[in-house]
Design a protein around this ligand. Sequence first.
Ligand code: PHE
Length: 476
Amino acid sequence: DGAAMGSATAKDGWSSRAGFILAAIGAAVGLGNIWRFPTLAGESGGGAFVLVYIGFVILLGLPLVLSEISIGRIGQTDALGSFERVAEKSGASRSWRGIGALGGIAAFLILSFYSVVAGWVLYYAGVMAGELGSAIASGNPLGGAFAGESVDDIQVRLGDMLGNPTLLLVMHALFMAVTWFVVSRGVHSGIETAAKYLMPAFFVLLIGITIYGAFEGNFGEAIAFLFTPDFSKLTPPVINAALGQALFSLSLGVAGLITYGSYLSGKDGLGGTSATIALADTGVALIAGLMIFPIVFAAGLDPAGGPTLVFQSLPVAFQSMPGGALVGFLFFVLIGVAALTSSVSLLEVPTALGIGEKKWTRGKSATVMALGAFLIGILALLGYNVLSDVRPLAFWSIFENADILDSIDGFTGKVMLPLGALLTSVFVGWIADRKLMATETGLSAGALALWRFLVAWLCPIAVAIVLVTGLFPAIL
Ligand code: PHE
């Protein structure tokens, strides 16, 4: 196929369509699938949330994935430049490039706290490695973790970790450094190569732990929980959360897929590629649910445990389950791998902006952006200890109780991401030249009509509703 080889210049890019798909799946699959999705599904009562989420992925997510990749491939440059080029070719104002700038800022801000949370994952992988070591030393490599500890002993680790700024800083620095290393090596040698090795490893671990859960956990209860919809649970906030999750999980609204799409060349259709990415991301979220909830139910834990589900509840389960130390270690390695291929995409968006707009070298741009996000991340992690009284968005009622990390997370997730997705759908549905976009997608007539309808009507309206009700929940 002519994915990248069609280009006459020796521009850095994907070596094949498969390389692009793997990297894009790597970007989409992350903490959002393995930590955020089970948390939300658990808190929102399971099946009904899952069904609505899947509906949004198909009706909104997929058309936007196709839109972003198409803009990128037409533009052949960073997000800002890509919007500008499509606008120019469509006879529209150049100011539409602002969407690209917005995406770059959003990706930069998300990276700052994403790396902090990934740092927690690294720490827990380290803790579990220690537990595995003890199990092996005691002659029982398939033993549980945390031998002889009480539930409190196990769970207090999270609070202790969050109260230790030095520890958080070291882990955050470590994770950001690895992200920076991959991105500075470039699209082909860095990002694609990392995805090529990490994604297969990820899938092996994911399937392996899920099979383990099916045998050792309560698989039946997990299936019932995730797939039996109780429609009385479908409140407006739950529907809202499902759409927000669909956008976040598919990495939409931050120009990530525009940036990755710009490293594609050739003319092949993009419909199948987009469907593959959306399907893989959603499949991983569902499998992650089937990996986590059997363990949760078997240990008698609360599925609505919230954000601490992964860091406090599961470790308790890893104590009692056979092979718990080993599986617990592999579990946190799995999350770390998923987080890395996503953080790489988050750093690539602003890095590409620096290269394309400021004419910086890749090395300089990646360094400046990673360093900047690292510094903001320090504020986020200090918010758990030294700066724990700080509420940066206290003036805004929906964020008034949010600490620093939650404020950045909330502002990007509730404001910037839906805004980016909204503007992108308006741009593609109403501003960009129809023929230009249609040709780029390579869709057949029927699919094209459906895609146009979804992008021009359903996406803007649905995302606008989420944006407004997310900002003014009193409406609901
Ligand atoms: N989709 C990623 C995840 O699920 C998060 C992400 C959002 C990555 C936006 C890039 C851009 O973890």
